[in-house]
Design a protein around this ligand. Sequence first.
Ligand code: UD1
Length: 358
Amino acid sequence: MKIVTVVGARPQFIKAAVVSKELRKRHKEILVHTGQHYDYNMSQLLFDELSIPKPDYNLGISGGTHAEMTGKMLIAVEEVLIKEKPDWLLVYGDTNSTLAGALSAVKMHIPVCHVEAGARVHNMENPEEINRVCTDHISSLLLASTQKSFDEMKREGLHNRGVIVGDPMYDAFLRYSDIKNIDEIALTLLNGNREPVPKAFYYMTCHREENTKDSSSLREILAAMNSLDLPTIYPVHPRNKKAAKKLCEDEGFNNIILTEPVGYLESITLVKASKKIVTDSGGLQREAFFAGKQCVTILDFVVWPETMVGYRNQLARPNRQDILEKLSKIQSIQSGYYPFGDGFAAKKIVKELELHSV
Ligand code: UD1
């Protein structure tokens, strides 16, 4: 089989790291990087540390409005598909790169396989939800990470094309989370200085459009973190680097360590060593769960309901009091609860592609 895989954003590189290795044992994969994430720390660093194959095509498309980005990707992916004539197009998750890849292929009658299908937040104001719903409805093979995602497909009449394979993020976590030692990690601060990781800390990421489009939400979130008993390590996404730096300086939030984005291996090591996690990322919520860490998610919708048990993961509004109240809870969760599969999702994804090929 010949498969064109389209990736573009940080979480997709992590999933591709485990799936591409499996796929290339028996099949030909052409890897397309849309360019959506392009800073060294957001892209090349992950390719290097996870030994992801060099992309065959780098489309160099990023920034602009959602329509500009998606439209340019649509045209550029089509050119690749005309040249490569693959048997399948493979996409992951819910970014603009996912939707553009899927839409280009389906218009050319190339079957699409969507990994992480069926995830829903039931809120069409969330740009990723639009990408998820549209991609699922135009894909031929829908590979769900969990039973709940599969149940969502049922509600939309999509389950005949769906299979539960587990979460390739979980495969990656099991494979890579013991590689780095927390004592070896040096944090690169926004001013370029290097610093060791503190003995005990909270770990935070926050970059979603909903939380960063105006500074009042981020101010509340940072004020909550600044008032905690331990420092917070906060690797900042390029989207809100300037705003976070300015707020910390203006408000004197010196219990927050602002750093450049960290690599994947560093990030999962920080997850495992942290006291608790605060995030608005779908991926970090799951990694916190895999590591048994308590997480507070600053969103007004649930992305991964599987994690919302026994205070393991709770939603909070971008409000100081609410975040602190949720962080003060103590988690209780039964052992033996593994909703994200068995760590062999990558193998199952390849098997499903083979089974559904004509
Ligand atoms: C995207 C995904 C989101 C995912 C996230 C992971 C969409 C709609 N959203 O959000 O689902 O959780 O990636 O990180 O696709 N930028 C840089 N350097 C980079 C990357 C981005 O400066 O390496 C800038 C862009 O030019 C843009 C802004 O950051 O101005 C936002 O980037 P964008 O790719 O639109 O979305 P993300 O917020 O990263």
